[in-house]
Write a protein that binds this ligand. Sequence first.
Ligand code: PSV
Ligand code: MN
Ligand code: MN
Length: 388
Amino acid sequence: MSILTPDIQSSLEAQGIELPSWAFGNSGTRFKVYGTPGTPRDPFEKIADAAEVNRVTALAPSVALHIPWDKVDDYAALRAHAEDLGVSLGTINSNTFQDDDYKFGALTHLDPKVRQKAIDHHLECIDIMDATGSRDLKIWLAEGSNYPGQADLRGRQDRLAESLQKIYARLSGEQRLVLEYKFFEPAFYHTDVPDWGTSYVQVAALGERAMVCLDTGHHAPGTNIEFIVMQLLRLGKLGSFDFNSRFYADDDLIVGAADPFQLFRILFEVIRGGGLNNPDVAFMLDQCHNIEKKIPGQIRSVLNVQEMTARALLVDRAALAAAQEAEDVLAAHAVFMDAFSTDVRPALAEWRESRGLPADPMAAYAASGYQEKIEADRVGGVQAGWGA
Ligand code: PSV
Ligand code: MN
Ligand code: MN
């Protein structure tokens, strides 16, 4: 009998992780952007690559877009292309961090003309959502200041609230706004949405369809991220995750690579707080593969999430509750650690095969010939995404 009970299997089967289109483009650091053979030349090719990840894992049914990186003339055609390849278009990410006008702020800028330009960009993103069928508009703001005294912190917060209100008012139907926080970078003294509390305060003022986005790389070192996950789920305000891992800052490395135990703890709180089927939470990756190949990098990432999810589902919740009730510290901790220490890889491989999927998706991709084909075909193209 597999350690993955039928209940665990059906939870795992429902898991879907959204891939970021920009993970397939070239990226790097502020020191160097490396070119990688086979890099997509346009959003259509990024989606084709994302569909490969889904083909070998059945774990990545949708792709998030970043505007303007993924600007195309015909979003209906992009949507049809995605659907032909068995994936859908997901979250639309706005971008107010690559325009000189926004040097001192976008949605918080002192000049109403600049604020309006930034608001209009978001309205355009919502038009795109209408065409792509996307539910979520994700807003991450690069705004803040570098020196104490430089800016009126409170005035900026008021202008932010006003601008967000205008964007929120344009949403229709099931569409939502998710506001991502980040404690520093590119601003180094203050950031206008630095933490979950600020994001929560801003979205709570907007209404029910405004939620918080938690990027796992956007906290000070040592932050108990699973506590934030618990609290936001408890408040009904966790709209989405940007998964990645980090050693030092916002490293955007493969999720689960730096601290698998942290990923396990986060996923345990997700399960405790409503499960993987919770329709309010979008599970997304936000990663940049600087030195590794992009498609296998994404395959590794979704498999890491699946593996830690399986381990988190193995926690004996009844035994844990009993030990917690009895204040048996070591027994409770042991129940938790037993699940974390379980090697689920053989059981997952067997389960994948039973569903007609490759037991080893990394090996299946390597054997497919797709990588060789894109490396041969996509020569001399314009690189897309970060570093474009
Ligand atoms: C900012 O660091 C961020 O996490 C936001 O989600 C951006 O949209 C994304 O990175 C771009 O990679
Ligand atoms: Mn992010
Ligand atoms: Mn980030």
